[in-house]
Design a protein around this ligand. Sequence first.
Ligand SMILES: [Zn+2]
Ligand SMILES: [Zn+2]
Length: 246
Amino acid sequence: MKLVVLGSGTSVPHPQRASAAYWLESAGGSLLLDISPDAAHRMAQEGLDWPGLDAIWVSHFHLDHLGGLAPFLFGMKWAPQTQNRSKPLRIFGPAGAKTLFEAFDGANNYRLLEQHFTIEIIEVDRSAEFEILPGLRARTVSPPHTHESMAIRLDEGEGSSLVYTSDTGYADEIADFAKGVDLLLTECSFRRNKPVETHLELADAMRLAHLAEPKRVLLTHLYPEWDGCDLRGTRHRRASAALSYL
Ligand SMILES: [Zn+2]
Ligand SMILES: [Zn+2]
């Protein structure tokens, strides 16, 4: 599998970090993990095959994870690149996704589901197992964030695996869920002294990683307080401070 980070930021507008969206390519097709308001243009910017996107995963209803869905479908409806598309686009999300989307769609009669191809909205339980793309198994678990939030684990046959926590507070259950995964893509909203229990700070993310023992960890969903922070530099400074005591 190949992962392209399209947005490592949050809902706070930021000059360098777009909000949540991750492009995943597997043997069975392409999958967008969350679709923030920045996602559509970031896909184009990275030269990705957005007109051929196979599936979208919506982790929860906060707009920095979902707010780009309607604009993307609006773009697909009218873009020259999608006029000959025939394969379906599948959108997986929490219970209530259909109602939420239809309410928006109906508010101005956009008819975003009436396209040249079929759009399926598939609602998923918070502890489900299903095939999200051919050959790509998905499992979900409910993290402490919002009531509908889901973390997702993706396993490609006997090959690579990934866990995307999306937004979450700390829970040992997330570590169990991510045990031994190839890539743990975890939020790490704050550096320290987090103001809410429904997000992680660095010590929480490190605890998750310590317990889950993934091959690699990728910290994302970074609030602007991370700006200018160089973790390696911080460690070196601490190391040199410690050395000065010796
Ligand atoms: Zn978020
Ligand atoms: Zn959220």
